[in-house]
Design a binder for this molecule. Sequence first.
Ligand code: NAD
Length: 484
Amino acid sequence: MVSRVIPVEAFDLVIFGGTGDLARRKILPGLFRRFKDGQIPDEARIIGAARSDMTSEDYRAQVFDALNEFLPISKRDQKALDAFLARIDYVGIDATGTHGWSDLARLMRPGLVQAFYFSVAPALFGDLAKRLHKHKIAGPEARIVVEKPFGHDLTSARDLNATLARHFDEQQIYRIDHYLGKETVQNLMAVRFGNLLFEPLWRNQYIDHVQITVAETVGVGGRGAYYDKSGAMRDMVQNHLMQLLCLIAMEPPARFDPDAVRDEKLKVIRALEPVEPGEVVRGQYKAGAETLSYRDDAENPASRTESFIAMKLHVANWRWNGTPFYLRTGKRMKSRVSEIVVRFKEPPHSIFEEDTGQSANELTIRLQPNEGMDLTVTIKEPGPGGMRLIDVPLDMTFAEALGEEAADVPDAYERLIMDVIRGNQTLFMRGDEVEAAWAWTDPVIAAWEAREEKPMGYEPGSTGPEEALILMHKDGRRWREIGS
Ligand code: NAD
């Protein structure tokens, strides 16, 4: 049932930061899987570029190790591995100097798709963009891929956009939010806009509220010092959760094309109302039996940075007036879950006397684990005993619907990199979207900083601070249990 693979055009893909963690864990294994599936043509080449000096042979050995570490055994087909490694070259390069640039220029082949993945610290984006032009390496059709974080606030995001714009057009810039590459996220658009069933109901008249949860079990240990300057609002809400909210709340675009979709998402961000202080709950995880507290992980005993946030948002437009969006995300929580719940209203009048169980439909869109969707519907409980109602799920778990082939649904990075090669920006953030998201985020953060507000402690392995539950309880609603 999985659709056939259509090869992309031949390309030269340069991975700046090709020896880094992201390249080893995601980019290179993702490229290998696309290669093994026949999506990457034989003429394609991948060029690792990073600070260390080594030969292409040494780099291939590093890539081989990374693939062995990060690919499931079933995917490590030796013949395919050898053929993939043969497509790989390496240049030692200094993003801030002159070293290596003429070597890279020599390696690039004219007439092919050119893509440059900036898998390095954002502080180097400007240096790379400048040198790609100065050394005449990037042609007018070249694409650059940039990773999060895209700025720290509105000012830095504007600066970054302006820096990139000096050397590349917006049509050449691919800002990655890997959440947008998830199969389910795209399926959300298919469900909304490919079926008559949902769209007429997709509004305040019929939807009670929407919940978006991204919970992680890991803490910030290892990158605590970095995270402490960011926090859950900047690290997760401003980008990933905001993107999910946009896809749920946006108007139907006229066409499924990059600017039509992104125009509609931008309108949602611009329609977000400022958040009231009483509608935000911030938390920090405490120490557990075997785990450190957030402050110890961050090595900052006085830290006021949140490792958890829950908030209630209002999209101020005709479609959503009166239907709140509840967002929550945190570290060291009960289980690892990313999901969106669209809770419909109860039918206006019940004709049944023995109305047992809940009678509001719920559409759950799971990004992880087990990507899929389910919709609860109320039916008659089978058997004798009169008319009793129960809620049952109409389940669309990909693994079940598609069988073994579901395991081969490309992961987010694979899909997004292939979209870069195809020149399709639909699943990438546009510069004005990112700026609008920061313009909404900045005052919320400034308000709690001005109040010198301390996050509330929460137990590791929990669902966050009690106050997050109260945020919904006081509206007569409740969060879907994490991991249910
Ligand atoms: P890393 O520190 O593991 O790797 C950094 C890479 O940059 C190395 O290959 C290094 O050689 C290269 N580099 C550093 N300075 C250089 C210079 N002056 N010239 C040339 N190359 C230089 O970083 P990472 O974790 O791979 O992250 C890369 C980017 O991706 C960052 O922007 C990060 O925020 C982002 N990101 C990473 C992850 C992840 O899971 N690692 C997830 C999301 C976003």
